[in-house]
Design a protein around this ligand. Structure first.
Ligand code: SAH
Length: 216
């Protein structure tokens, strides 16, 4: 790492802390995950700025502080199996892979899942499984999950995903109409499976969760 890179990384971590990302494990996971590897072309030199950036298929890689706050809210434990809906660049999944035993990540764009899979292989992240499909239905064969993170905005937390949460499990999902204010919601399935508790965390802005598969 050049001295410039080291300074940029320190500023990146300082920025995350100042925005409320204080969990030591989350900060460590974000320190070791090079966001530059997930951003292509002329945006690569903005990789350590705290802003969302465009990726392929008209999608975006989320703002690092939002990634940090979502990951922190999810409270991932080392033995957890995690589902992420909305692979995008793969950046969020790579961070989850540092914290969990196994990560499943799904996106409806095959171009994105292929690229993400290649990045995970290059970074030797062997505990991530990438799938292409409509993630609103979750992965009934691989579930239930300890944690579910949705990185696209749904009108409501998708029912199939709620049912694929283990008792005591947590889902973090942005909820709201696209292009209006969305709220980041934390849903906890009660340990006795008697129902779900909902906490509203903060306003966010994500691309919408879409139905079905795109024509590619
Ligand atoms: N987590 C990503 C950013 C996600 S952007 C990252 O770290 O880079 C939101 C992603 O959700 C987009 O890639 C979009 O294709 C995907 N998406 C939208 N609706 C979906 C659905 N129903 N199933 C799976 N993926 C979906």
């Amino acid at each position: 790492m050049t001295p410039e890179d080291a300074t940029r990384k320190m500023q990146f971590l300082f920025q995350l802390r100042s925005k409320g990302v204080t969990d030591a494990r989350v900060l460590k996971a974000m320190e070791v995950t090079d966001r530059g590897a997930f951003v292509k072309g002329h945006f690569a030199d903005r990789a350590y700025d705290d802003m969302p950036l465009p990726i392929a298929s008209g999608q975006t890689i989320s703002q690092p502080s939002v990634v940090g706050l979502m990951t922190q809210a999810l409270g991932v434990q080392p033995r957890d199996t995690v589902l992420e809906v909305g692979t995008g660049s793969g950046y969020q999944a790579a961070i989850l892979a540092q914290l969990a035993r196994r990560v499943y990540t799904i996106d409806r764009h095959r171009i994105l899942t292929r690229e993400a899979e290649a990045r995970f292989a290059a970074l030797r992240l062997s505990n991530i499984t990438v799938l292409t499909g409509d993630g609103s239905f979750g992965l009934p064969d691989q579930g239930p999950f300890d944690r579910i993170l949705v990185t696209a905005a749904a009108e409501d937390p998708p029912g199939p995903l709620l049912l694929q949460l283990k008792p005591g499990g947590v889902m973090v999902v942005p909820v709201g109409q696209s292009d209006t204010v969305q709220s980041l919601i934390k849903v906890t399935r009660r340990s006795d499976a008697s129902g779900f508790d909902y906490d509203e965390l903060m306003p966010v802005r994500f691309v919408p969760l879409m139905d079905g598969l795109p024509r590619e």
